[in-house]
Design a protein around this ligand. Structure first.
Ligand code: ZN
Length: 291
């Protein structure tokens, strides 16, 4: 049995996994500022189980070369050799993976990517993320940045929208829920949440239609390039925006029209591993490493 965590900026979710089984253990707030409290929170879930290891999905990027993590929304863990430090505290082997990577691994092995050799998992949540799985294996790449299609100066947005990474023109600045809201505010003023914009779009409201058209114009070309570069045959999508099937269908049509390979089969599809793809992906990786 292994212990799995999905660690975000606000909550730590835990589960124990065995082959073919994932049993949730509940969740708790993430101690973001106090590393001892962070370790104690993880240790609390370990008590009482015969464990072979710990696998963690976290909202940060781990450099495979050094094991050090960059995680902006959990300051007490940022910059640490996290697996090493948790391993010392829990006296168990520990694997730490990026949450979008865990999402992609879950979808490739158990979700919409089953049977596909090149799976690109796309997160359209608050922001934008991605993970790459080829032949069932997670590809982390140099520095752990493989799959990060959200960053890079590629989007010609009509307004200057700086990204948290320091660049300008990032997909992340326009592609997720916050990005959609910025586009809508830029076109029409006000401050509507993405859920309301997309509900208006579903009802055929013209202003929301303009916003979604702009969003598609900005997002579809870089995603089409991703498909061409990787040879991905399916792109399962998770995150809040994936709960709007019509939006994914519209994006799918635009991307398929812009790639080199002609195909009538949808490429951009809703993810199937819900509600906890991070835990499922961590379990897959952890059982392979320690099971
Ligand atoms: Zn960026």
């Amino acid at each position: 049995m292994i212990l799995c965590f999905d660690i975000g900026g606000s909550r730590i979710k835990a589960a124990v996994a065995e082959a073919g089984r994932l049993d949730p253990l509940g969740d708790c707030p993430t101690p973001g500022q106090d590393f001892d409290a962070f370790l104690a929170a993880l240790a609390g879930f370990a008590a009482g189980h015969a464990l072979r290891g710990v696998a963690i999905s976290i909202a940060g990027v781990v450099a495979p070369e050094t094991g050090r993590i960059t995680v902006a929304n959990i300051p007490c863990a940022d910059g640490r050799a996290l697996a090493e430090e948790i391993s010392a505290a829990l006296r168990l082997p520990v694997l730490v993976l990026n949450d979008a990577d865990c999402f992609a691994l879950a979808e490739a092995r158990q979700g919409a990517g089953r049977g596909h050799r090149s799976v690109f998992g796309v997160i359209l949540g608050t922001g934008v993320g991605g993970g790459l799985v080829i032949d069932g294996r997670l590809v982390q790449g140099a520095g752990g940045y493989a799959g990060e299609w959200g960053h890079g100066p590629v989007v010609a947005a009509p307004w200057d929208l700086p990204c948290g990474c320091g660049l300008r023109g990032c997909v992340d600045a326009v592609g997720g829920a916050r990005g959609l809201e910025k586009l809508h505010a830029g076109l029409h003023g006000g401050a509507q949440p993405a859920t309301a914009i997309l509900a208006d779009w579903g009802r055929g409201a013209a202003p929301a239609g303009q916003t979604v058209a702009l969003w598609l114009n900005l997002i579809a070309p870089p995603l089409a390039l991703v498909v061409n570069v990787l040879g991905a045959s399916v792109l399962p999508v998770g995150g809040g925006l994936s709960n709007v099937p019509a939006l994914l269908s519209a994006l799918d049509r635009r991307v398929r029209a812009a790639i080199l390979r002609p195909t009538d089969i949808p490429l951009i599809v809703p993810a199937l591993c819900r509600p906890e793809p991070g835990l499922i992906g961590a379990a897959e990786a952890g059982l392979e490493a320690f099971g």
